[in-house]
Structures are given as C-alpha cells and as structure tokens.
Design a protein around this ligand. Structure first.
Ligand code: NI
Ligand code: MN
Length: 228
C-alpha cells in the first residue's frame, strides 16, 4: 500500500491496482500537495461534511468518473449537487466495489455541509477502514478519543492508521498517542495538523513518542509518501 499525504486530512491511497482519495481538501488549503485536476482516483471517500474534508470531492469524482463514497446523507447531498456516482453507506456497514473495500466506523465529531448561506445536515461523521490489495488503512476522520478504538483494533487487521493530532477540533497528540496504542496498527500517519495556526503541532515529536508503544510514526509533509 502506497500512501501519499495530500495535506490536512487528505490521503491518496494506492494498492491492488486501485487509487482512492480520502478527504481531498486542496483548493483553499495553504498546504495542499497538488492540484485537484492532477488527482487520478478510482473512488473518493469522505469522512464527514465539513469543508476541510469534502473540498474538491465533487470535481475529482466527476473528472475521474468515479464514485463518492460517504454516509448516506452526505452522498445524497453530492447527488443533488451533480455527482455522477454516489454510494451512500452508514456506520458499521461495509461494501466492496471494483476491488475497493470500505467499512465505516463511528467517529465522535459533528457534521454538516455549508453551502452558501445554508447549512445541511450531513449525517454522522465516520471513520474509514479502507482495504486495497489485502492491506487495510484506518482513517479515523475527525474524532475525539473513544474507548471503542480498542475494539476497532481488535476486530480488524489494520496495517496503517491515520489519526488527527491537531487538537482544538479533534484529538490532540496526547489523546492520539493512546488512540494509536489502542488501535495497535504498526504504522501511524498523523493528520489534521499544521494546516492552520490553530492546529499547530509537532509531528516529529508525536512520532518519537509513539516509539514507547512500539509503533512507527510517519509525519509526512504534504506530497510525501510512505510504502507500507
Ligand atoms: Ni470536521
Ligand atoms: Mn476537519
């Protein structure tokens, strides 16, 4: 599995001959790794409806003629906005299409879509278990620490976990250290930090602190990749 950090919470995940983009927020992102028109994808997966996650989803999905996979209310929103293909799931559900397996998990956060001066209900926020080519990535979405992360780790064979560490809107680094240990996947990619001043964190220090749990941190700069 080859994972490229797109900046903020965005990941481009490649494996088993498939390319999946999660939470592409490129336009308006001061740390964006690439332009949305340069993203090639077989699916766009979204954790929740906030603008720093859905950013370029519609443009990327339609340009690539690929589905947006999201919780049912958010998928419905994109269908009304002109997405050619949407797959609306819900928490705890899993689905496989075209060699791309997605399972949604709970996440403790909020979710709505801001569209001009209107705010739409966007369903529950989700975490994502994405399996490509026999390997699984857990993208926790925006979330607080919660004890069922232990269960998610025990009940799934997870190879790599992407966890928010920015604090303020999500877990901060101290809570994320416990999350990483509970989930237990060996490789940990910190996300959702340093995009804006309010979520400034030290990714290298977070990675160093993971060593006490026997885990390997990958504090990627936008555009950098890791092979798991
Ligand atoms: Ni959010
Ligand atoms: Mn966010």
């Amino acid at each position: 599995m080859h994972i490229t950090f797109l900046g903020h919470a965005g990941l481009l995940v490649e494996g088993g001959g498939r390319r999946v983009v999660i939470d592409p927020f490129l336009t308006g992102n001061p740390k964006a790794a690439m332009k949305p028109e340069d993203v090639k994808a077989d699916a766009v997966v979204l954790t929740h409806g906030h603008g720093d996650h859905i950013g370029d989803a519609l443009a990327i999905a339609n340009a690539n003629d690929c589905p947006i996979i999201a919780v049912v209310e958010l998928a419905g929103y994109f269908g009304r906005k002109g997405a050619k293909k949407t797959i609306g799931m819900n928490t705890g559900g899993s689905f496989e299409t075209n060699g791309i397996r997605v399972k949604f998990t709970q996440a403790f956060h909020s979710s709505s879509v801001q569209d001009g001066d209107q705010l739409f209900y966007a369903g529950q926020p989700q975490g994502v278990l994405l399996t490509l080519g026999g390997q699984t990535l857990y993208h926790a979405g925006d979330t607080a620490l919660f004890s069922d992360m232990k269960m998610i780790g025990e009940r799934h064979k997870i190879d790599v976990q992407a966890l928010p560490i920015g604090d303020f809107y999500t877990m901060g680094p101290d809570d994320a250290l416990d999350a990483a240990a509970w989930i237990g996947a060996k490789h940990v990619i910190p996300i959702h930090y340093n995009t804006f001043p309010g979520i400034a964190q030290d990714g290298a220090a977070f990675a160093a602190n993971l060593e006490a749990s026997g885990l390997k941190g990958h504090p990627l700069e936008p555009g950098q990749s890791v092979e798991i």
